[in-house]
Design a protein around this ligand. Structure first.
Ligand code: ASP
Length: 301
């Protein structure tokens, strides 16, 4: 039995651990753990409090995957709903689809009676306004340039939450939720809602999820690649390191080479890797009396 998350998910592990240790299944555990982060207004990268897109609107991406059946559900560009992860779960369980975006995602959320929320906080709006201060209006070339510069500020632009779990019955699940890059182009979808890019779970081998510049993991199918390496016998650490090294020759600005992955193996082993020397992750299993925060393995790319 184990729960692993990006460092900002520690509150979610703490929040669900009691129920999880008493038998809550992996899928519900990753969904409910995500709720804590989606509700955390201090976190500017997930749910309410998330930083908005270029137009000042918070657009949420989320995905969930059941490793036992490899069923998956996701939403992208969802506006106005408190728990995108639960809308993603409903996409998986109720609809015949895997990914629903934009207006269609909002219509689906309404249809299932998902809870609405005002996602933009004053703090997030202030950060957004400050970033846009020098943006000339109406010049689309300039807007694109400025948007690019803003979205490449790693201190402000990125953040997302990942959860991976194996429950007491050996079932495995993964969840990812984000408001995506701050100042992103309206309608831009990142890796978080894309199964294989930001999230992948296969109970036979393990699971992986990503945070960082989603355009990298979209191009390299990073989460699926990690699970493929696991299926070939790599440990979570080896699989994660290899997948980040796979990013090395993508032609990107070095400041955009930011990727972090959390990984579990089918046997409950776990690791986390990052292009950032200081990045952390969180985990807890039945041997721990509290959530552990650990340094990720640094991969220089
Ligand atoms: N991966 C997310 C995205 O590209 C952002 C992040 O993880 O920081 O939208």
């Amino acid at each position: 039995m184990i729960l692993v998350s990006s460092a900002n998910g520690a509150i979610g592990i703490d929040g669900v651990w009691k129920h999880f240790s008493e038998g809550l299944d992996a899928l519900s555990a990753v969904e409910r753990a995500t709720w804590f982060v989606e509700d955390n207004e201090e976190d500017n990268s997930v749910g309410r409090g998330g930083l908005p897109n270029l137009d000042g609107e918070v657009e949420l991406d989320a995905s969930i995957m059941d490793g036992t059946t490899r069923s998956a559900g996701a939403v992208a560009g969802l506006k106005g709903y408190r728990h995108p992860i639960s809308v993603a779960r409903a996409v998986m369980e109720i609809s015949p689809h895997v990914l629903i975006v934009g207006e269609g995602a909002a219509r689906f959320a309404k249809e299932i009676g998902a809870e609405r929320a005002d996602l933009l906080t004053e703090k997030a709006a202030k950060i957004w306004r400050e970033g846009l201060e020098s943006l000339p209006e109406g010049l689309s070339g300039e807007i694109l340039k400025k948007a690019k510069a803003l979205t490449q500020d790693p201190d402000k632009a990125v953040g997302t939450v990942n959860f991976l779990a194996i429950d007491s019955k050996g079932k495995m699940a993964s969840a990812v939720s984000t408001s995506g890059w701050a100042w992103k182009w309206p309608g831009r979808a990142g890796d978080s809602p894309v199964i294989g890019a930001g999230n992948y779970c296969d109970a036979r081998f393990g699971a992986a999820a990503c945070t960082g510049f989603g355009e990298l993991s979209l191009r390299a199918s990073t989460a699926r690649t990690i699970v493929s390496y696991l299926s070939q016998g790599a440990t979570p650490e080896e699989a994660g390191v290899r997948a980040l090294l796979d990013l090395k020759d993508l032609d990107v600005d070095p400041s955009s080479m930011i990727m972090h992955s959390v990984i579990i193996g089918a046997d409950g082993s776990h690791a986390a890797v990052s292009t950032d020397e200081k990045a952390l992750y969180a985990w807890r299993d039945e041997s721990c009396s509290s959530t552990q925060i650990e340094r990720r393995i640094h991969v220089a790319v």
